[in-house]
Design a protein around this ligand. Sequence first.
Ligand SMILES: *Cc1c(COP(=O)(O)O)cnc(C)c1O
Length: 391
Amino acid sequence: MSQSLMATYKRLDVTFSKGEGTWLWDKAGKRYLDAISGIAVCSLGHAHPAVTSALCEQASTLVHTSNIYGIENQQQLGDALTALATMERVFFSNSGAEANEAAIKLARLHGHRNNIKDPAIIVMENSFHGRTLATLTATGNRKVQAGFEPLVQGFIRVPYGDIEAIGSLAGKSQNIAAVLVEPVQGEGGVNIPSAGYLSAIRKLCDDNNWLMMLDEIQTGMGRTGAWFAWQHEDAKPDVMTIAKALGNGVPIGACLARGEAADLFAPGSHGSTFGGNPLVCAAALAVIDTMKKEHIPARAESLGDYLANGFAAQLDAIEAVVEIRHAGCLLGIQLDRPCSELVGMALEQGLLINVTADSVIRLLPPLNMSNEEADILIEGLSKLIKESVKS
Ligand SMILES: *Cc1c(COP(=O)(O)O)cnc(C)c1O
């Protein structure tokens, strides 16, 4: 491989040249079942015809103008997203990290409006929020932060899933402006908090005038079996960020807000050159339209159950398999040992999977994958797991 790219990734030795639905092909023509979807991005599968035709049509009409002018399909996308999420307003970015940057800036504005001199945001251990300086500071993983000090001020960290830990700060700390949390931790190991966690956070935020800010960048857009994961327990946030699956592969993120948080930005206080341009908005509108037509959130729920049951049937007797966790089609198979070598073994067998937090196999398949494709994944991966833990 050429040395011209900065060494930010330890890349696998494969290059894809074509995709269709759940499948990718490398240059030699070998076919791979994609159970990771570009890390929760291509939730409708590769080269979905509705997204492709929206992109082609828009590219041949108008790709970019500027946010200093009106953008018709950005307005339409804003209307569609705020209606879906029952939020009030949206800011469009180009990535998840930038959507979180907007949320973090809203928290600071909220704090200052309430006369807090140094507003702080409560964040979680094992969280992941991105790679910009503020979002890597919010991230609860030393590997992401190391070497980039000085980090950004104004974050307080507590254990994930521990409502007491957040509650105990309420009396102690006077400068808290917001809580930023993932409904399910993806990168952190597919960690699913117990039922009631988000609604308890909602109540603490109400009682203390904190903004409840949910990072739904990985969990949003149907992944967990609802459009947004907070809908499972009706714990509506004040601020929500989404990105990954929103454009099915074109770079777009969004920060949605309601109530007071929806009016904090004023002209000049935030912006983005590319954010929400006509090309990406055309893709996102096609994604939403297709997800509605194909009943994607419901499909994600049934497919996720199908996969989890299938893996349980194959792996329940295997001692090294500690737990199989899933929220819709965000699945984690927790082993009792580091298992990153499985990624390469699976690749050889034509299966694309991911390992996170050292010992968790993470699966993020396309939400419209067929049961037959799910069977191929269950059989193939279970066989590999059994082989690898035997030795
Ligand atoms: C991927 C991810 C991000 C970062 O998104 P980028 O588009 O890579 O900046 C932030 N938060 C969560 C929960 C994510 O999964």
